[in-house]
Design a protein around this ligand. Structure first.
Ligand code: FES
Length: 185
């Protein structure tokens, strides 16, 4: 197993050679940047996607409490009784829920400029990092973000619960795709 031998070399070298030998041995298998990043992240116990500051990879991370998948149960339509933006899953899941009439959609809560988390301010979505703004549909309305927020796949299960699929990203041109909204009956 090629992957297994790579791990063995690194572990053995750590034990027998100490930190001084790590770069030379590991460089045979990984480039320097990859190795240093991996080692530092492992030592700090942080997610490589997060960078310890903000989780740029939140969309790809398993959803806590969702069985280790990207599927997130956001409750039922009754939790979104009127039109507008809902941020109840923004902090933990980086998901914004939007209701417009009989359609419920899910938007990514990560700014398309540099991936920082956005916030909901009334009918607007604002990125506090550099000031980008987005309207209720996720369309970018103020730079520096040059593209809209992604929409996320959403469906309704047999129990009537709304399930967001963070792994399924849709652009503005796909807003009529059936997987980009749940139509309430
Ligand atoms: S990361 Fe959002 S405006 Fe820069």
């Amino acid at each position: 197993m090629e992957g297994g031998s790579r791990v063995s070399i690194i572990v053995v070298s750590f034990v027998s050679g100490g930190l001084n030998r790590l770069p030379e041995i590991a460089m045979a298998e990984m480039n320097r940047r990859e190795f240093v990043t991996t080692l530092a992240a492992a030592a700090a116990g942080i997610c490589l996607s997060c960078g310890g500051d903000v989780c740029f990879g939140a969309d790809a991370a398993p959803a806590p409490g969702a069985g280790g998948t990207n599927k997130v149960d956001i409750g039922t339509a009754a939790d979104y009784p009127s039109d507008g933006l809902y941020d109840k899953y923004l902090k933990d899941q980086k998901i914004i829920i939007s209701r417009e009439g009989d359609k419920i959609r899910a938007l990514s809560g990560l700014c398309t400029h540099k991936g920082f988390p956005v916030t909901v301010k009334g009918k607007e979505i604002v990125c506090p990092k550099h000031g980008s703004r987005f309207d209720e549909t996720g369309k970018n309305t103020k730079a520096p973000a040059a593209s809209p927020l992604f929409h996320l796949g959403i469906s309704q299960n047999a129990d009537g619960h709304l399930i967001v699929d963070k792994a399924k990203k849709l652009g503005m041109k796909e807003l009529e795709d059936p997987s980009s909204f749940v139509k309430l009956g």
